[in-house]
Design a protein around this ligand. Structure first.
Ligand SMILES: NC(=O)C1=CN([C@@H]2O[C@H](COP(=O)(O)OP(=O)(O)OC[C@H]3O[C@@H](n4cnc5c(N)ncnc54)[C@H](O)[C@@H]3O)[C@@H](O)[C@H]2O)C=CC1
Ligand SMILES: CC(=O)C(C)=O
Length: 259
């Protein structure tokens, strides 16, 4: 029997790479979709997936470009022989004081974090319908999309939009038995995204490097940062038959930080 196929955007590193590891352990063949310059990093993820006994391909994509996303889905489905799960994981984080928000950062953030989810959802839904698959779409939000933080306006707004898009798409696609859900991580210490955030916050508020991150971590009742493994466990569940009757939901994976 052919393995099921999952495509993960932004999977050459970080949370996306961890999701590739988990979903391949669950028996999925994986399309690692990322920007072309990430091809070398993607090779390491391919090795991991193959060690787990599944097939993997690198599919170059720029999620800000509708045609590129549509082509990536077509290529993934053709190379891997099916299409069952789409994880719209690619994202960027720009922080700035509200009054200093740079229009270029604002535009790029919406193009990657919001347009990317729209295009990924459109392309996946069309492919699922074409193949007659009851597919699953899983989007990357953030706890910042559930509660806005100071100097995080741009990022928070994009991740709140992801929750809205998830609900709307879930409603529209339910008649085709396509589910749409989101994961909303808290502070992930190990992927590089937070190094950039911490550096920028330190420039804004003058706190020593590492202090802004520590301040967030201090608010987490379970007492540690989120690991990519915690998030991939949630994605693994949302992709599984155990989640067949769950749609339109956004799940915080944050150690209770929103409590
Ligand atoms: N790191 C964290 O603390 C948290 C991250 N998230 C979200 O989780 C997702 C993954 O985050 P991380 O792994 O930490 O980030 P990361 O920066 O390690 O990885 C992001 C990936 O997205 C790719 N990407 C960026 N722009 C792209 C584009 N235009 N087209 C295709 N791929 C593109 C990058 O090449 C990279 O491989 C993001 O959506 C992020 O907003 C949510 C909450 C917390
Ligand atoms: C980067 C991000 O989304 C958080 C909550 O840390």
């Amino acid at each position: 029997m052919m393995a099921k196929v999952a495509m993960i955007t932004g999977a050459a590193q970080g949370i996306g790479a961890e999701i590739a590891d988990h979903l391949s352990k669950d028996g999925y063949d994986i399309a690692i979709a990322d920007l072309q310059p990430q091809a070398q990093k993607a090779d390491e993820v391919i090795t991991t997936v193959e060690k787990n006994g599944q097939k993997a391909v690198f599919v170059p994509v720029d999620v800000t470009d509708q045609a590129s996303v549509s082509k990536a889905v077509a290529v993934a489905a053709e190379k891997l022989g099916g299409f069952d799960v789409m994880v719209n994981n690619a994202g960027i984080a720009k922080v700035d004081k509200f009054e200093d928000i740079d229009p270029k950062d604002l535009e790029l953030s919406f193009r990657v974090n919001v347009f990317g989810v729209v295009y990924g959802t459109q392309a996946a839904a069309k492919k699922f319908k074409e193949l007659g698959v009851h597919g699953k779409i899983i989007n990357a939000s953030s706890i910042a999309g559930m509660r806005a933080f100071p100097v995080w306006a741009t990022y928070s707004a994009t991740k709140a939009a992801v929750i809205s898009l998830t609900q709307a798409a879930a409603n529209e696609l339910a008649p085709a038995h396509i589910t749409v859900n989101a994961y909303a991580p808290g502070v992930v210490g190990t992927t590089g995204m937070w190094d950039e955030i911490d550096q920028k916050m330190s420039e804004i508020n003058g706190k020593p490097l590492g202090q802004n991150k520590q301040d967030f971590v201090n608010t987490i009742p379970l007492g540690r940062t989120v690991e990519p493994n915690d998030i991939a466990n949630m994605v693994s569940f949302l992709a599984s038959p155990a989640a067949d009757f769950i749609t339109g939901q956004a799940y915080a994976v944050d150690g209770g930080g929103l409590l």
